[in-house]
Design a protein around this ligand. Structure first.
Ligand SMILES: Nc1ncnc2c1ncn2[C@@H]1O[C@H](COP(=O)(O)OP(=O)(O)OP(=O)(O)O)[C@@H](O)[C@H]1O
Length: 271
């Protein structure tokens, strides 16, 4: 446990995950402070989605500890405070559902069982639709929307629950530019509400101006934690090696940026 994990939104200390006996996450120490807008970046297969799942208790840790709002994950019960939009989710199912119904489902965790929607519920649903720019599509079947619009419906569903801590896994992947802009607008509204956001993304694109901290993963480890980088930098082959100018940076949060250890280098040699 890190000293500030009791006040953090979410933290993981010395976290490891194995899948099928293979280490997928190793030695992960990450503390997301309340109000952080954090981009979790890294190549395909570096462990970003697995880390998000581990933080939400959807993958068991083989070692380490996760705390959410200071409470060990196993004892955490305020799940209405958490919003999660998983990777490559679509809002369309076999059941014809309207946009409004899908977004209303995001309110369930806040409702008393079997009570009709309250005025506050309806207001939250309308506001969420407004934020993602789909207020005029409420009656439409979700299946009639484009992939990018469906992604916005899912974000509205999570928004309707008025979460304090919001995880989004690749919300802009495969989404066209206008929809990306709409997503950026929705996330800007979240930021204005002082929500804490953990956003998995390959590239910052239109989200760059919102992100105030970047965490980069490689081979199941965190290799950088600091100021957001240009989209190209994080993909350079040398990225994460010692002796780059990046790791001198500190963030407004004063996190100590992490760099790769010699063990991470493919040939194990020192430079
Ligand atoms: N259900 C699973 N079964 C087996 N291996 C898995 C499973 N989920 C993830 N992995 C493996 O764990 C590693 C990390 O995967 P993960 O999806 O977390 O990476 P990622 O950084 O999110 O990649 P992407 O950008 O492609 O989503 C990969 O090698 C992946 O093959």
């Amino acid at each position: 446990m890190t000293p500030d994990s009791r006040t953090a939104a979410v933290s993981i200390a010395d976290g490891a995950v194995e899948i099928g006996g293979r280490p997928v996450l190793r030695g992960i120490d990450l503390t997301v402070e309340v109000g952080d807008f954090l981009a979790l970046m890294g190549a395909n297969g570096s462990g970003k989605s697995t880390l998000v799942r581990a933080l939400l208790g959807l993958w068991p840790l083989s070692s380490g500890e996760v705390r959410i709002y200071g409470t060990p994950l196993s004892a955490f019960g305020s799940w209405q405070r958490i919003g999660f939009v998983p990777q490559r989710a679509t809002a369309a199912s076999g059941v014809p559902a309207s946009v409004w119904e899908v977004v209303a489902a995001g309110r369930l965790t806040r409702r008393k069982l079997l009570r009709p929607l309250s005025r506050a519920d309806r207001a939250a649903i309308e506001e969420a639709l407004e934020i993602v720019g789909l207020a005029h599509r409420g009656r439409d079947a979700v299946s009639h929307l484009s992939g990018g619009q469906q992604q916005r419906v899912l974000i509205a569903r999570a928004l309707a629950g008025e979460p304090d801590l919001f995880f989004l896994d690749e919300p802009t992947a495969g989404v066209d530019r206008p929809n990306q802009q709409a997503l950026a607008g929705a996330l800007a509204a979240l930021k204005a509400r002082q929500a804490t956001v953990v956003l998995v993304t390959h590239e910052l694109g239109p989200l760059a101006s919102l992100v105030d901290r970047a965490v980069v993963m490689r081979d199941g480890r965190v290799i950088y934690d600091g100021e957001p980088l240009g989209d190209h930098e994080a993909h350079e082959p040398w990225f994460g090696e010692p002796h780059t100018h990046h790791h001198a940076a500190t963030t407004p949060h004063d996190h100590t940026p992490q760099v790769a250890s010699p063990l991470d280098r493919p040939n194990g040699s020192s430079t």
